[in-house]
Design a protein around this ligand. Structure first.
Ligand code: TIU
Length: 231
């Protein structure tokens, strides 16, 4: 059995485990000026720092033939899947669906809704569009994970305390063993990121584990994906 050195204790990776890399919402909306993140009043540049680390995880999973799932947060152009409460919350300068510098704000298929080019998915790497903060809400994610016999999720992406934490909690309740990669997730609020890491691993790992990308890569190096999980 392989293990990833993690907090609050080692994350076990039995050799027959189905492990997926789950990259949450690394889309232009949150990382570039003029998108949804900026419309909510956030300074978006600090999220860029994790891109090389997420890329390193992505490349490792590609090399190993492991499943890589990405999500994007977005709504249908007719907004029928966007609750008015979400659109109006905080009375932002640009609301979901309004025209912005990267197309309509948080609308599926618009330029701002694309995953940043550095992390663009390759053919065969699923991208799950989600209307909420959690990746299980109103998506086929659980079906996809079951189809690929995935039980362990290595989680990265943005923002730590919003879509990442919501997804971790949803996954944890469904029985998945989740590890949040400390230096492959970021928030507009450093104190919220820190609090989320602390919350996830408190009480004996009540929501999951945390580890650095270096620790994850060292653990994965001891682990061999069974052929059925290879692409
Ligand atoms: N606003 C914020 O911090 N995040 C979101 O709205 N979505 C995600 O976290 N992806």
């Amino acid at each position: 059995m392989a293990v990833i050195a993690a907090q609050p204790y080692d994350y076990p990776l039995p050799m027959e485990t189905g492990v997926a890399l789950m990259i949450i919402d690394m889309q232009r909306d949150f990382l570039e000026p003029g998108g949804f993140g900026a419309a909510l009043g956030n300074e978006v540049s600090r999220l860029q720092a994790i891109v090389p680390t997420v890329q390193q995880l992505q490349n490792t999973f590609r090399d190993r033939g492991g499943l890589i799932l990405q999500t994007v947060e977005g709504h249908r152009p007719d907004l029928t899947d966007c609750p008015p409460s979400k659109r109006l919350r905080g009375n932002p300068r640009l609301k979901i669906g309004d025209p912005g510098p990267m197309g309509r704000i948080l609308i599926l298929g618009e330029p701002g809704n694309q995953i940043i080019p550095e992390l663009a998915p390759q053919p065969g790497e699923p991208v799950i569009a989600k209307p909420g903060k959690g990746a299980f809400y109103n998506t086929n994610l659980e079906f996809l994970l079951k189809t690929h016999q995935i039980t362990h999720l290595i989680v990265a992406g943005v923002t730590t305390e919003v879509c990442v934490q919501t997804t971790l909690r949803e996954a944890n309740d469904r029985g998945y063993d989740c590890l949040l990669v400390e230096d492959a997730t970021e928030s507009y609020f450093p104190e919220f990121k820190q609090a989320t890491l602390d919350m996830v691993r408190a009480q004996g790992g009540i929501v999951g584990w945390t580890a650095t990308a270096h620790q994850v890569l060292a653990g994965l190096a001891q682990w061999q994906a069974p052929p059925r999980f290879s692409r």
